[in-house]
Write a protein that binds this ligand. Sequence first.
Ligand SMILES: Cc1ncc(COP(=O)(O)O)c(C=O)c1O
Length: 390
Amino acid sequence: MKTIYMDNNATTRVDPKVVEAMLPFFSDFYGNPSSVHTFGGNVAKSVNAARAQVAALINASPEEIVFTSCGTESDSTAIRAAIASYPDRKHIVTTRVEHPAVKNLCEHLAKNGYRVSFVPVDHEGVLDLDYLYAHLSDDTAIVSVMWANNETGVIFPIDEIAQAVNVRGIPFHTDAVQAVGKIPVDVKRTGVDMLSMSGHKIHAPKGVGALYIRKGTRFAPFMIGGHQEHGRRGGTENVASIVGLGKASELAAEHFVEQMPRIAKIRDRLEKELLTRIPKAMVNGTTHQRLPNTTSISFEYVEGESILLMMDTLGICASSGSACTSGSLEPSHVLRAMGVPFTAAHGSIRFSLSVFNSEDEVDYIVSNLPPLIANLRKMSPFWNQSEQDT
Ligand SMILES: Cc1ncc(COP(=O)(O)O)c(C=O)c1O
């Protein structure tokens, strides 16, 4: 059976060109980049070449890029760096729809001496900017707002927020793990102070990420150890994966112009066909400011988990909410923050596409999903009740 993989916000296939770039760094060029000998020194050159490739993707300078182990580490490093650099400030501003990498850290800090303002969103997932601006104060150590939401794909106005936060002299961090490689991200134009990205969302391997730190931003390392990354992140570099992240960044920049409009077209057709063929289905989140690869669709009166299991038997991979929340029967915190009704939030499925998806995969889903949902609804007491109500 063919696998149709539409769960790319969870993780992506490592691009074969990325694998090819990485392979020599396992058994041929295995030196330690910190070594004095030329064998290690050449590896350091490759790490720095990757740094330049990552920097180019977001219009940063190479020395503003620090390699980490993942998006989560980048997020933690940024937030902890800010609070360590401003020890007198005890307030944090973030949103109610962040990925657990930011949300759970902020909730942890809220139990450990910090006040945290969680900015709400409306029913379309649009951020309440008035609330955000009203909660900035001289006590605010950091504002952390994701660039794009991993569940709905809704994009936040990072340019505008960064400017408003900058003029108050408050550091601004953005979790751009889902934005980088999908929409234009230009740190010079935007004025963010710190930005997180993750390799495995852009066709590099799992276990590598990067943090952009604007020159001049106050910083304290999270991983304290050796002098690697100019003392900003201790630990021997994950060289092969860093080289992979560099190559993936270069490919993302190349693919960007031609591939993203194609992906958006495929996503839009998938969405339109499903909404037409399946009654009581709705898109979660505004469709005006949204990642080109993502759609979150709620099928009322069915369990998302059941849909996933049935789709799995057909070889279709998607997700009900983010990878980190599936496995729990609670509707996702993102859909709850948007006030999506219980009967719809439970039946939400996220399809997230990549350069490796094609039109014929949409045809397959579109012909198989409507009967699948209809069968599940036949077994749902809530559906039978709703039919009687209408
Ligand atoms: C928005 C966002 N931030 C952070 C992360 C965490 O990234 P990583 O899996 O590399 O730790 C994810 C992963 O799903 C994400 O979607």
